[in-house]
Structures are given as structure tokens and as C-alpha cells.
Write a protein that binds this ligand. Structure first.
Ligand code: SAH
Ligand code: SF4
Length: 357
């Protein structure tokens, strides 16, 4: 199976072309066609030699994703369901904010981390997405925007769809390089956020990359006892190891970290936990932001319910009183099940049956 040309960084494409006896400057020309002019066929590149186009056609395809379903929410959120070459289905979500258009991408088919509240983790990982498949999600959404002709552009990316990005590290890094490159989509690193459940060794690697890309940590509980109960990854990487990795990251990058905290009714939403969380973050208050996420109920995880509004306010107030920067995430696309981080396996199966032959 040929892979997507969107998976190659500019350096990789340049090296590939040189290896094939082509001129080095071709790489930038090709990237201009791919990311600025946004062609759909290699043959549209009219300043590239026939020979070079043939070479590309022999080794790569442009798009491997096929749009299967598109659902638009009342608030403008759009959920795309894409079919990959091997028939697997993935979801991508476009969200509209005052500050721009943000796309939430999927990095794996399923997820092996298996957090107890998450719909994505219900399906064991069947494979990693390659970097081309991750980049294509952005390109496909951008093509949709191009077709609407409002000259809108994807300005932000959150790596918060199905999968654990740090369990697909190399492809994630290539993806970040492509979307961030000035010669490509040029989406600013500070406009991109990668969310991890806390794969400690990869946090060290990520700190060493010297990127300006934002990091979000799914913390969800302030003590090992509670965190292990809801996220089994905490057994392998308990809070003290996670915090040591975070301290290393902060020291290296001096960049603010977002801590995601899903509020689960009567599980982790008491003021006591807010105070424990404040204590945990005490020494890094100036570089922390806590994003309180109202839990999206998942049918298969009936043991959890959404926190009561009073509990959410009390939790928020307790953090604020301790000087912790925090906010409550506003839900997007709830009416189409498109809330980021809650791309539902069941919905995929159901929609797939209805629409894919
Ligand atoms: N695997 C990564 C990124 C994908 S999940 C991670 O866990 O960080 C993105 C975010 O959505 C995480 O913070 C995750 O905990 C959250 N999430 C998962 N299931 C959710 C649900 N049912 N309701 C609200 N947020 C959820
Ligand atoms: Fe995987 Fe993230 Fe869901 Fe946990 S919350 S199962 S790490 S996608």
C-alpha cells in the first residue's frame, strides 16, 4: 500500500528527492502545491517535470482518507468521520472559537491506556495512525473550509482525539513538524496542544525536543489511590514520577502546562480533592492552568455521572482561593457527540454500519 505524501517532513521529502536524483528545490515547490495551493492530483503541479510527477505517483498517494460522514452541530462544531485505506474509521472535529478554528485530531485506532471514564479506551488499540493520516485530517478539514469559500483557515490544533499521542511518538513528531512548518500550513506551535495521559519517559523526550507546542496533562485526580482507581496508567507512572517529569519539562521549556481534570460526581469532585490538587501544583502555580472538564457521560461507564453544578463551582472556587489558575471547559458539539476527547466508539460503529458499504 502506498503511503500518503503528507506524512513526510520537508527534510524527509528533500532527502527522498535527492536520493532519486531530483533537485533539492523541488521539495519546497511540491510543498507549495500541497499546503498552499492544496491540489488534489499530483498532475496539477504544472511547474514540476513529468518525470518527477511520475516518480511521486509511483511511490505516494495524496489523500488516503475518504470522508464518510460529516455532522454539523448547532454551535458550528463539525464532526468528520474518515475511512482510512484499511477500512478503519477515525473521527476529526472542527470547533469554532472566538480566537479561531481549532481541529481535534485522532492519533490511534482505539487506545490501550484504557482510562475508566473514556469512550476511546473501550476499544483496544488496533494500530497507530501514520503521520500522513494525522496530517490529512487537518488537510481534509481545510479543504472543507476552502470549499465553503469564506477564506477561513485552521488556526489551532488539539491532539485530543482518540488515542494516546505519546504512545505514537515518532508519527506525532513528524505531524507536528509538518503542520508547524513555515513552508507548509504554518500553524503556530503556540496554537497547538498535545494532551497525554502521562507517559513519563515521553514527557522527558518531549521536553528535550525544544518545541513551543503546548503540553496538556490529563491529571484527573490528586492522589495515587484515586488516580489509579480511574486511570490504570497511574500504576506504571504514579503521581510523583509524573510530577518529576513535569518539573523537568517546566525547567527546560519554561512553558505553561495545562492540567486536565474531568469532574466525576462524588468520585474526584469534592473540595478535599481540589485542595489536594492545589497542594500538588503549589510550587508550579505560575506555570499551571487547570482545565476543569465536565464529564461527558459514556453509556458503557455507567458508574460515573456528571458533577453537580454546585460541586463544579465549589471545586473551582477552592482552586482559585489557593491561587491556582483554572477554568471550566465549555462543551462544544454536545448535540452531535463531538465533544473533544469523547469520540465515541459506539457512535463510530453505528454510523459506520449505516453509511459505509
Ligand atoms: N489520550 C490523551 C489524549 C486524548 S483524550 C489523554 O488522555 O490526555 C483527551 C482528553 O479528553 C483527556 O483529558 C481525557 O481524559 C478527556 N476525556 C476522555 N473521556 C472523557 C469523557 N467521557 N468526558 C470528558 N472528557 C473526557
Ligand atoms: Fe486513551 Fe486518553 Fe481515553 Fe485514557 S483518556 S483511554 S489515554 S484516549
Amino acid at each position: 500500500m502506498k503511503t500518503s505524501i503528507f506524512g513526510l517532513t520537508l527534510e524527509q521529502l528533500t532527502a527522498w528527492l535527492i536520493d532519486k536524483g531530483q533537485k533539492k528545490y523541488r521539495a519546497e515547490q511540491i510543498w507549495d502545491w500541497l499546503y498552499i495551493k492544496r491540489i488534489t492530483e499530483f498532475s496539477q503541479m504544472n511547474n514540476i517535470s513529468k518525470e518527477c510527477i511520475q516518480l511521486l505517483e509511483e511511490h505516494f498517494v495524496l489523500y488516503t482518507l475518504e470522508q464518510s460522514v460529516k455532522q454539523e452541530s448547532a454551535d458550528g462544531t463539525i464532526k468528520f468521520l474518515f475511512k482510512m485505506q484499511d477500512g478503519n474509521l477515525i473521527e476529526t472535529v472542527l470547533m469554532r472559537f472566538k480566537y479561531g478554528l481549532s481541529v481535534c485530531v485522532t492519533t490511534q485506532v482505539g487506545c490501550n491506556i484504557g482510562c475508566s471514564f473514556c469512550a476511546s479506551g473501550l476499544l483496544k488499540k488496533s494500530r497507530d495512525l501514520n503521520s500522513g493520516e494525522i496530517v490529512e485530517q487537518i488537510m481534509k478539514v481545510q479543504q472543507h473550509l476552502d470549499a465553503v469559500k469564506k477564506e477561513e483557515r485552521v488556526s489551532h490544533i488539539v491532539v485530543m482525539g482518540i488515542g494516546e499521542p505519546f504512545d505514537n511518538y515518532t508519527n506525532l513528531m513528524n505531524f507536528l513538524s509538518v503542520v508547524n512548518s513555515q513552508k507548509g500550513l504554518a500553524i503556530g506551535a503556540r496554537h497547538i496542544t498535545v494532551s497525554t495521559s502521562g507517559i513519563v519517559p515521553k514527557i522527558y523526550d518531549y521536553a528535550d525536543e525544544g518545541l513551543q507546542v503546548n503540553l496538556a496533562i490529563s491529571i484527573h485526580a490528586p492522589t495515587n489511590e484515586l488516580r489509579t482507581r480511574i486511570m490504570k496508567i497511574n500504576k506504571a507512572y504514579p503521581i510523583e514520577k509524573l510530577m518529576a517529569a513535569i518539573d523537568y519539562y517546566l525547567e527546560k521549556t519554561n512553558r505553561r502546562i495545562t492540567f486536565e481534570y474531568i469532574l466525576l460526581h462524588d468520585v474526584n469532585d469534592h473540595v478535599e480533592e481540589a485542595l489536594q490538587l492545589a497542594k500538588l501544583l503549589e510550587n508550579k502555580r505560575h506555570l499551571s492552568y487547570v482545565n476543569l472538564i465536565p464529564y461527558n457521560p459514556v453509556d458503557e461507564h455507567g458508574q460515573y455521572q456528571q458533577s453537580k453544578p454546585e460541586a463544579i463551582s465549589a471545586f473551582y472556587d477552592a482552586l482559585k482561593k489557593k491561587g491556582i489558575n483554572c477554568g471550566v471547559r465549555h462543551e462544544q458539539g454536545a448535540d452531535i457527540d463531538a465533544a473533544c476527547g469523547q469520540l465515541r466508539s459506539k457512535q463510530i460503529k453505528k454510523t459506520a454500519k449505516e453509511t459505509v458499504k
